[in-house]
Design a binder for this molecule. Structure first.
Ligand SMILES: C[S@@+](CC[C@H](N)C(=O)[O-])C[C@H]1O[C@@H](n2cnc3c(N)ncnc32)[C@H](O)[C@@H]1O
Length: 407
């Protein structure tokens, strides 16, 4: 093995998983993929050769799991190509492109393609692509680290010709929470500049895999056969993922694979009809997450005026400035909580300032709302109470809370 590749594998083992899409299409007889795999020196078929598998596991993997995986890989690749057409995009940022034949497929259309991946992949991909398709002004390969904004920005610096579709297949499950946040922030910055959408099925893969296995084998795939391993970041926490996407500044929609499936799947040929239909149905339910950058007004305002209480809530990027007047009591504090919840759903909040100059009274219900805000910042930011009058300060002192807040 090339010494550089060995070192790369030690630093980031996931780039070797990038072969499966190309191997699948080459195995299905796709001419471009056979040529590309040949240029890259890959065999057409991957085999289950892990030493730690029992003969039963190998048998299951080869005859049940592998056909299911192949169908999923084929469907995901074909559907995302179809989405590029269906949504009418003329520019595609494939991040990460791995060794897929997408560049070759798109070189036969009028779409401008930016294939981006780590250097070890691009240094092999670019010459392999050129030896098959020649140089094409429409196809660019770039060495990037998706967590590094300037490398991604440099890759698409010529994308002046309209909106960009970003496609991410097989990356987000490998990232730590902080890497995930970097990637979200980088793609948001790219889309904020060029416009466009970001599609991925990354967090649907395990569910789809289970549905496909049910259709093929009547059982879920589990334990050491599960692939990829359960990822440990917010995009893969079912109760958290959608909120995380919103907090990162995106609007979110879904489109099922079934709406973009171009005809049948070659990998299902040879499977009994009923089983093939069940697999196709299971894959069809896989949803593409479609994300667009939320047009954030820098300042957003909300007002409450009720029962002698007034609140003015102004969002300035990640900061919330609240001005209160009148009585924050059992009757009025639910309104403040509702307005705060609405603001936090609209995007992340890292600082809250509450101006209390005109606040005459705060009851324990009002203090509870302040405590909720304080807790939800979770150490990510601070809540500051300003201009508190003596009466309100005394109430907070008596309750023992004045030390908790910055005031
Ligand atoms: C599972 S593969 C998926 C590749 C391709 N999209 C596909 O469907 O076959 C994961 C890819 O992510 C790339 N990768 C890993 N970390 C990366 C990073 N920080 N920036 C860019 N690419 C990265 C790997 O080199 C590898 O090609």
């Amino acid at each position: 093995m090339d010494e550089r590749i060995k070192i790369f594998e030690e630093v980031n083992p996931i780039f070797t998983t990038a072969q499966s899409c190309l191997r699948t299409f080459a195995g299905l007889g796709d001419r471009d993929s056979i040529l590309l795999a040949g240029q890259l020196g890959f065999n057409n078929e991957g085999k289950a050769d892990a030493d730690n598998l029992t003969p039963e596991m190998k048998e299951f993997l080869e005859h049940k799991a592998a056909p299911g995986f192949k169908a999923m890989i084929e469907a995901r690749f074909l559907c995302s190509n179809q989405i590029i057409k269906d949504f009418g995009y003329k520019q595609v940022l494939d991040l990460p492109c791995g060794y897929t034949p997408r560049g070759i497929k798109l070189s036969q259309s009028d779409v401008k393609y930016y294939g981006c991946d780590l250097p070890v992949v691009i240094r092999a991909m670019m010459p392999a692509f050129e030896s098959i398709a020649g140089r094409s002004a429409n196809i660019e390969y770039h060495e990037v680290d998706a967590t590094n904004y300037s490398s991604v920005k440099e890759a698409v610096k010529n994308a002046g010709g309209g909106e960009v579709l970003v496609t991410t297949e097989g990356l987000l499950m490998y990232l730590t929470q902080s890497e995930l946040e970097e990637v979200f922030s980088n793609i948001r910055r790219i889309l904020a500049e060029y416009g466009g959408r970001w599609i991925t099925t990354d967090n649907e893969i395990v569910t789809t895999q289970n549905r496909v296995m049910m259709a093929i084998a009547g059982e879920n795939i589990s334990g050491s056969l599960a692939s990829p391993p359960t990822p440990d970041n917010d995009f893969f926490r079912p109760l958290r993922a959608e909120q995380f996407v919103k907090e990162m500044g995106f609007d979110l929609e879904f489109t099922p694979a079934s709406e973009h499936m171009p005809g049948g799947l070659s990998s299902l040929k040879g499977m009994p009809n009923e089983q093939a239909d069940a697999v196709l149905g299971a894959i069809g339910e896989m949803r593409f997450w479609v994300m667009t950058v939320r047009k954030e007004e820098a300042r957003k305002e909300d007002r409450i005026e009720t029962n002698g209480f007034k609140a003015e809530i102004i969002r300035d990027k990640d900061a919330l400035n609240i001005r209160l007047s009148g009585r924050l009591d059992t009757i009025t504090s639910p309104d403040l909580l509702t307005a705060y919840r609405k603001a936090s759903e609209e995007g992340r909040i890292t600082a809250i300032t509450v101006d209390m100059e005109e606040l005459d009274y705060v009851s324990s219900a009002g203090v509870r709302v302040l405590l909720i805000m304080h807790k939800e910042l979770k150490g990510n930011g601070s809540i500051k109470l300003t201009n508190m009058n003596a009466a309100v300060r005394e109430i907070l002192d008596t309750m023992g809370f004045s030390e908790l807040f910055e005031c």
